[in-house]
Unconditional design. Structure first.
Length: 299
């Protein structure tokens, strides 16, 4: 059985084909059209070309920035706004003459790492994206847990826990609310915090981390704030979900110091002061999303 996974991003659409053991058989990507009909055409062409190359049909799963509303059946909550208001899974299903499964890209990340990644063998995996924004997905027994509203795991849009006085109403999120976790522990938030503290204009989080490695006092202070905020945020999710493992993805997941420093920082914020929840780096890197889309069709 071949599974096709499709990662539908704002700049590119990528397809991967996996066999039953998770071995990659085929990969292709195209530029994302910035309109809905063109996006449907591009996905269908990717699937058709892959099936022609492999000589087999397969199941199709798609990861998107956003969700399919369980109430309207239409896409919402994504930054690829041309998808909004359309029943993507149904439209693709009609074009490809099969059922198509669509899930949030962070949920796909969680499923990928739960099935054959850093969370393999764990019953509940909380997948975390620390990138330009903050995303989250929950996989239970290797399957997406989307919730009744389709937004389970969206921890980036709850307020930063245990806020300090100087943090309160200090950042407005694109969602319209103040002090969302995303404003503080995304790569963008980390960079904003450093530049505000130093009145600087550093252009990337990687540049700040280079300053940390050089022993820069202000950069180290910003990183300490980031780690404390990350610990508070993850501890609140541990208090709610108590997952078997937390797997980090996104650009900030490549900061090795997170994995050595975070365990001790979590404990004071977790109820009872005890916490042995593993926080680990992803195994599949940037391929986790597209692989997870393929695994929307489980074994």
């Amino acid at each position: 059985m071949i599974r096709f996974g499709i990662d539908l991003g704002g700049t590119k659409i990528e397809l991967v084909a996996l066999d039953e053991a998770g071995k990659e058989l085929y990969r292709q990507r195209v530029v994302t059209p910035k309109n809905y009909p063109g996006t449907l055409d591009a996905i269908c062409s990717l699937v058709t070309d892959a099936e022609r190359q492999l000589g087999h049909e397969g199941t199709v799963g798609v990861g998107i920035p956003g969700v399919v509303s369980p109430f309207t059946g239409e896409v919402k909550n994504g930054n690829s706004v041309w998808l909004h208001g359309h029943p993507l899974d149904k439209d693709l299903g009609l074009r490809l003459d099969r059922q198509v499964r669509v899930a949030n890209d962070a949920n796909c990340f969680a499923v990928s790492e739960a099935v054959d990644g850093a969370g393999a063998g764990k019953r509940m995996v909380f997948g975390v994206i620390l990138g330009t924004g903050v995303g989250g997905g929950i996989a239970v027994d290797g399957k997406v847990h989307a919730g009744g509203n389709g937004i389970a795991g969206e921890w980036g849009h709850i307020p930063l826990p245990w806020m300090r006085p100087e943090e309160f109403r200090s950042a407005k999120c694109f969602c319209g609310n103040y002090d969302c976790t995303e404003c503080y522990i995304s790569g963008t938030g980390f960079l904003r915090d450093y530049n505000q503290a130093t009145h600087g204009n550093v252009v990337s989080g990687n540049d700040v981390m280079q300053l940390v490695a050089q022993g820069d006092e202000q950069a180290n202070a910003a990183f300490e704030r980031f780690l404390d905020r990350l610990a508070r945020s993850l501890a609140s999710m541990i208090n709610i979900l108590d997952p078997d493992v937390i797997v980090l993805g996104g650009g900030m997941s490549n900061v090795d110091a997170i994995y050595t420093r975070l365990p001790a920082l979590l404990k004071p914020y977790v109820l009872g002061g005890e916490c042995e929840t593993p926080v680990v780096k992803n195994l599949h890197g940037s391929s986790s999303g597209v692989r997870g889309a393929a695994w929307l069709w489980p074994l």
